[in-house]
Design a protein around this ligand. Structure first.
Ligand SMILES: [Zn+2]
Length: 104
């Protein structure tokens, strides 16, 4: 299977399942396999907020799983330090931005 065939397969497979996590996996696979965006996607890839409440005596602090910076306050869609997308919506925004920039 060539890279191009793998991309086509992943893009087709998105429509073959009703499971949102599987759809997301195939979208991620297609994006990661696409040469012009692979590096950008990896750089901008998703992180998770780690709840640091326990470590800071119930102060609502959160830590970025990617850059390990600690922030205070409610969760945000992107890490304020490294810009990692933290939610499905944020990942979609990154993907849309990449596909738009690629069409230029
Ligand atoms: Zn971060």
């Amino acid at each position: 299977m060539t890279r191009e065939e793998a991309i086509k397969f992943a893009e087709h497979a998105v429509n073959m399942t009703g499971i949102s996590e599987v759809k997301e996996f195939y979208r991620m696979a297609a994006a990661a396999l696409t040469p012009p965006t692979q590096e950008q996607v990896n750089k901008a890839w998703r992180g998770e907020w780690e709840d640091m409440r326990e470590a800071y005596n119930d102060v609502p602090k959160r830590r970025c799983s990617r850059c390990k910076r600690v922030f205070i306050g409610p969760d945000t869609p992107f890490c304020e330090a490294c810009g990692a997308p933290m939610t499905d919506e944020a990942v979609e925004m990154v993907m849309e931005a990449l596909f738009e920039s690629r069409a230029d």
